[in-house]
Ligand binder design. Structure first.
Ligand SMILES: [Zn+2]
Length: 403
């Protein structure tokens, strides 16, 4: 029980439609984005109502109205699609799943959690992260002849807008702010901080947001570099990208970070080339799972999008099978098994080709697809499935990470 519970004001809001556990989970997760005056929204066990827990001093009428509009959108989501499973690997390790991996890694001094959705790591965690990245890079090189690249961690708002990100995930964007180019404002900021105990931020009117953002999806910075290209068949690129997704209060160890790394593969070209590339991705995920000896599935995805676009996008995604998700079982903080989304295989049609102007030889916009592997989630999944004792890990991995 929360010991401050007496400070909260609670309101019960009936749900206007019948929902399932998937929607209930989405409601609770997305509820952190409803209002700063709301602590959280919890769905009742019978799935018929939601309990709004407001912060002290909240204007109850105002937050209840906002929460009602949020719930109205969320209950309209379509779920219950048949989930198709394309890959299903089983590990050889017979030991139990390890509970409390995040704490265990911190206790061993292999990870430092800054508490804001960022982690530092070293030792076996670092070596495992490097091995996951390397192994995927190697397989992509072999199967796709993919070219190595490097892309920046910042991205401008125009590019993000073109990628459709503000439309699909407006809540996850991070804008960068700078002190305005003003002698007095800069001097005021300097002076305030030169003798202060903690950091003092500039006044809001002294910060300007010029449209630079932190990149939220590894493949985005690749597309502007393709402008004007023409493809007879196609070409593939691979790199490790650093991405940032604002998660508000949903951050939780390696399970849900604000800043993380993704081994990315982008393929671009004719419809046939992109289709072949996508088909090659499944056996690669299987090979990765076998190499690290983990239970792993690739299945059709229904992504959480921001509330108001969720219903439409989810339907579109599942109906078109444009996205497969890599799901690896891990344990929640309470020890229950959960499927951790550790990456995805995506087809974009000619969406990016059209917007960023790269073409096929026949003059049509080129097609694209991508595969992203979330490095830190693979790390979490592997430690969950093999624990902290080196003998349980497959030999090739053990020799690399515990040496
Ligand atoms: Zn991508």
């Amino acid at each position: 029980m929360n010991k401050h519970v007496t400070n909260f004001n609670e309101i019960i809001l009936p749900l206007t439609r019948e929902i399932d556990f998937e929607i209930a989970g989405d409601i609770e997760k997305e509820s952190v984005f409803v209002s700063p005056q709301i602590d959280r929204i919890v769905v009742s066990e019978d799935l018929k109502s939601a309990r709004l827990i407001a912060r002290e001093g909240a204007n109850l009428e105002e937050v209840a109205d906002k929460a009602r509009r949020f719930l109205d959108v969320m209950v309209k989501q379509v779920t219950g699609f048949e989930i198709k499973v394309f890959v299903d690997t089983k590990r050889k390790d017979t030991g139990p799943y390890q509970i409390g991996v995040n704490d265990g890694l911190v206790e061993r001094g292999w990870m430092h959690d800054y508490g804001k959705g960022q982690v530092a790591y070293s030792g076996p965690v670092l070596k495992l992260a490097q091995l996951i990245n390397e192994k995927a890079g190697e397989l992509y090189k072999k199967a796709y002849n993919a070219t190595d690249g490097h892309f920046p961690a910042m991205i401008d708002a125009d590019t993000l807008h073109k990628c459709g990100y503000f439309d699909s995930h407006p809540n996850a964007v991070t804008f960068l702010g700078n002190v305005i180019e003003d002698f007095d404002a800069i001097e005021e900021f300097r002076r305030a901080n030169s003798c202060s105990e903690g950091a003092l931020l500039p006044q809001p009117e002294h910060i300007h947001i010029d449209g630079m953002c932190l990149n939220p999806a590894a493949c985005f910075p690749c597309y502007p570099t393709l402008k004007g290209k023409t493809y007879l068949t196609g070409e593939s690129f691979t790199w490790m990208g650093r991405v940032f997704r604002y998660e508000s209060r949903n951050i939780n160890g390696l399970d849900r970070l604000y800043e993380f790394n993704v081994r990315e593969l982008v393929f671009v070209g004719t419809e046939e080339y992109v289709r072949e590339c996508r088909a090659k991705a499944l056996p690669i995920v299987e090979e990765m799972a076998t190499f690290f000896d983990i239970d792993c599935q690739v299945q059709t995805a229904t992504d959480p999008f921001f509330a108001t676009v969720s219903a439409a996008k989810k339907f579109w995604q599942a109906a078109q099978e444009v996205k497969n998700e890599i799901k690896i079982p891990a344990l929640g903080n309470d020890g229950s098994t959960k499927m951790l989304a550790c990456g995805s295989i995506n087809l974009h049609g000619n969406f990016f080709g059209k917007r960023f102007e790269f073409y096929c030889a026949n003059g049509e916009p080129a097609q694209t697809g991508c595969v992203g592997l979330g490095i830190e989630r693979w790390v979490l999944a592997a430690f969950t499935q093999h624990g902290f004792e080196p003998h349980r890990w497959p030999e090739a991995v053990r020799n690399r990470i515990f040496s």
